[in-house]
Design a binder for this molecule. Structure first.
Ligand SMILES: [Zn+2]
Length: 301
């Protein structure tokens, strides 16, 4: 696996916003400047923490690996993630569900993700950015609690995800709606045009050493987060694969909105970091196999 370089990312992954910023900076700096990446120097390093707010829950393996293990039981857990800079500033990834949804959906051992994040220092003072990877109930449902818990934070969601959940009536049809949270979609819709919501269209440089990358398939506008760490690039992949085996076996979960796009997203994500540094959305191993730094919290890298 070749290491993914930031320069390659900027060349290939140009979003409307990210691409414009790069083009503007290059214009201002003059012709000798090849890219913002060169001008920025070495990227800062971050640590990534998995914050488990629920689980384990026993389900059929066929839920997390498409058409595999119909008669085999396997566990899954529920997480949000904290990407922590050396100065303590923290980017939070996903909100988890609201406590009401956690109870209604019977998430075992549910703890409000806000509480779990506080154990790793992700609080009102340190959190300025929250990435919404996609708008399923267990990734955006707790948006109201987050708006209060992190009053300085801006929330980042992909345009395709926002448009589908907020503006497309198909999103409320039964087999699709069951994975979304209409109340949360309404709250996010209400944030449009305010300074709390940034609607990103494609790949986007979120901070030095942190990039958002569009990786559709599980939903139409799922995004993953590429993070520079002491071990090099790593990816907080959310539900681009539900378990580590998904990336290893090139097999998504059963919750598919666009299978061809998903396969292409696998290729994209696997080109961004070594496979052991690409973290899935719901694998119990994220809690079992990494150093535990607080109750419910492990340091992934
Ligand atoms: Zn999902």
């Amino acid at each position: 696996m070749t290491a993914f370089s930031r320069r390659d990312f900027l060349k290939t992954g140009t979003a409307a916003l990210g691409g414009l910023a790069v083009a503007e900076a290059a214009l201002k700096a003059g012709p000798r400047l090849a890219s913002v990446a060169e001008a920025a120097g070495p990227e800062p390093e971050y640590e990534i923490y998995a914050c488990k707010y629920g689980g384990p829950l026993i389900r059929k393996v066929a839920i997390v690996l498409w058409n595999v293990g119909w008669d085999e039981d396997g566990p899954l857990s529920y997480y949000v993630w904290a990407i922590k800079a050396k100065n303590g500033e923290t980017i939070v990834v996903d909100t988890g569900p609201s406590p009401a949804q956690g109870a209604a959906r019977k998430v075992p051992e549910f703890v409000n993700p806000v509480e779990v994040l506080a154990r790793v220092g992700a609080t009102a003072d340190s959190v300025n950015k929250v990435v919404i990877t996609h708008m399923h109930w267990d990734h955006v449902g707790n948006i109201e609690a987050y708006l209060q818990a992190f009053p300085k934070a801006k929330f980042y969601v992909q345009k395709r995800e926002f448009d589908f959940c907020v503006k497309n009536p198909v999103s409320s049809r039964k087999p699709i709606a069951i994975l979304f949270d209409p109340l949360a979609s309404k709250v996010v819709g209400g944030m449009e045009g305010t300074d709390r919501l940034v609607i990103v269209d494609g790949d986007y440089n979120l901070a030095p050493g942190v990039d958002l990358s569009l990786a559709p398939g599980h939903t139409l506008g799922l995004q993953v987060i590429r993070v520079n760490t002491a071990k090099g690039p790593a990816v907080v992949g959310s539900d681009c694969a539900h378990v580590f085996r998904g990336y290893k076996e090139d097999n998504p979960s059963c919750f598919i909105m666009d299978m061809p796009a998903w396969i292409q997203s696998f290729d994209k994500v696997k080109s961004m970091a070594p496979i052991d540094l690409i973290f899935p959305g719901h694998d119990v191993l994220m809690y079992q196999n990494y150093p535990k730094v607080a109750e419910g919290v492990t340091r992934l890298v």
